[in-house]
Design a binder for this molecule. Structure first.
Ligand code: IMP
Length: 428
């Protein structure tokens, strides 16, 4: 079976771009299945760094067809700007396909994302402000506007007018903002329509044909398991389904095509935005991790909250995604620490549990039970084989595997492609 799903197993920013780079040589198609330009993937190819937000990272490899799947939300202006920037860097972007079913981020979505966050005050989610939540809300509320609507100017105008009849009073009366001009928006989106028309496709059909021909397809998740709208730390989540199940509906394929589900876990944990984070480190330790790991958001530049590896969360990610293997990234960032805490369980209201708690209240009250691992006081960024890692680092990787319950098939020791140590099926 030629399908591989790549999914973040923490709160995002695990280094999925590095995993894509590792797998890209063998892939024919790379599909992003959810989210939008809230994502930020840093991919380093042959020493050049690319920062992608909306476009699947498959675009960086000439032999790959990159696909924006049905489950994504697309800000067309941002997409065109990202494509122009890639063109300017010498990347051929002509093969990109965009699902006709994907939803469009409209100006009112971006405005409402910022307004609701302000309205929520201290209870805010800390969104990226890109309009993601309001666009998905309109999708399930059946008020969304889709990429295919760009192909029919009459329908586009009708839909924009209908939505604004409802949205403009909300903007004006609740939020004290100026109403939006339907005509100007339709005009703006008509220019996007012209530019995007040749790329709009039935991508589910395209991917199905590719799979039937035995081509290798990578389903590239953005954000991560603990930000999943159903399985994450709701309401402090994104509005889509990053988990492996989301890849199926978000790309329009059946489960029988999937052979591998690769989880990506950083050797420690970070989180951007608000919400519970049981293993968050004390500020001085977090500061050190942030500096060593360069933990600042690719999309918003926000400093990321930093903490220790949480194997309660990892086991949960293994379960809800059905992970078949794990790529542990950024092990080098932990070098030179004397001791490395790893959460093996939580204490919740006095009781110790190894399972992810059922309720948000319990997650908010979860205190990590740490096991301390010995550090390695040497630079490991030049190591090329797993067996050449210092003993303490090998013990750490083995513990991640054992505690996570998933075979570790790749370990990252630096940003470059050659700084990935492989074992088992990642090596074939
Ligand atoms: P939204 O996706 O912009 O609605 O933001 C919802 C939550 O998801 C916020 O806590 C964001 O910081 C977080 N988030 C969204 N995209 C990413 C990402 O790519 N990496 C890490 N966190 C993200």
């Amino acid at each position: 079976m030629p399908g591989t799903i790549l999914v973040g197993s923490q709160w995002g920013d695990e280094g999925k771009g590095k995993a894509t780079d590792l797998l890209a040589d063998k892939m024919d198609v790379v599909v992003r299945y959810q989210g939008g330009n809230n994502a930020g993937h840093t991919v380093i190819v042959e020493g050049r760094t690319f920062k992608l937000h909306l476009v699947p990272s498959g675009i960086l490899y000439p032999h790959v067809t990159p696909v924006i799947g049905d489950g994504m939300v697309v800000d067309p202006g941002t997409l065109l700007a990202e494509l122009a920037a890639l063109d300017a860097q010498g990347i051929a972007t002509g093969k990109l396909l965009i699902s006709a079913n994907a939803h469009l981020i409209m100006p009112w979505h971006k405005e409402l994302d910022k307004l609701t966050e302000r309205w929520l005050g201290r209870q805010r989610i800390g969104t990226t402000g890109r309009g993601i939540g309001p666009t998905y809300a309109d999708k399930v509320g059946r008020l969304g506007i889709r990429v295919q609507d760009l192909l029919d100017p009459g329908i586009l105008a009708k839909k924009v007018e209908a939505v604004l009849r409802e949205r403009n009073p909300l903007l004006a009366k609740v939020y004290n903002r100026l109403p939006l001009d339907a005509e100007a928006i339709v005009e703006e989106y008509a220019t996007y329509a012209e530019a995007l028309r040749p790329r709009i496709a039935d991508t589910s059909l395209y991917v199905w044909n590719a799979l039937r021909e035995g081509k290798q397809v990578l389903f590239e998740g953005a954000q991560a398991t603990l930000l999943d709208v159903d399985h994450g730390t709701y309401p402090f989540v994104t509005s889509s389904s990053p988990v492996a199940g989301g890849a199926l509906s978000g790309a329009g394929v059946g489960p029988g095509w999937i052979e591998r589900v690769m989880g990506i876990a950083k050797a420690y944990v970070t989180r951007v935005g608000a919400g519970p984070f049981p293993t968050e480190a004390a500020e001085d330790e977090a500061e050190a991790l942030r500096a060593a790991g360069d933990e600042f958001g690719t999309t918003t530049g926000r400093p990321r909250r930093c903490g220790w590896l949480d194997t309660v969360g990892l086991r949960y990610a293994a379960r809800v995604n059905g992970l078949t293997e794990l790529f542990v990234t950024k092990l080098d960032v932990l070098s030179r620490l004397e001791r490395i805490p790893v959460a093996v369980a939580y204490r919740v209201h006095g009781e110790v549990t190894e399972d992810w708690p059922m309720t948000q209240t319990e997650i908010h009250h979860a205190e990590p039970v740490y096991e301390q691992f010995e550090g390695w006081r040497e630079d490991i960024s030049g190591v090329t084989r797993l067996e050449d890692l210092p003993r303490a680092a090998r013990v750490y990787v083995d513990a991640v595997e054992k505690l996570g319950g998933v075979p570790v098939t790749a370990v990252g020791v630096g940003p470059g492609r050659e700084q990935t140590l492989l074992r088992g099926i990642g090596e074939e």
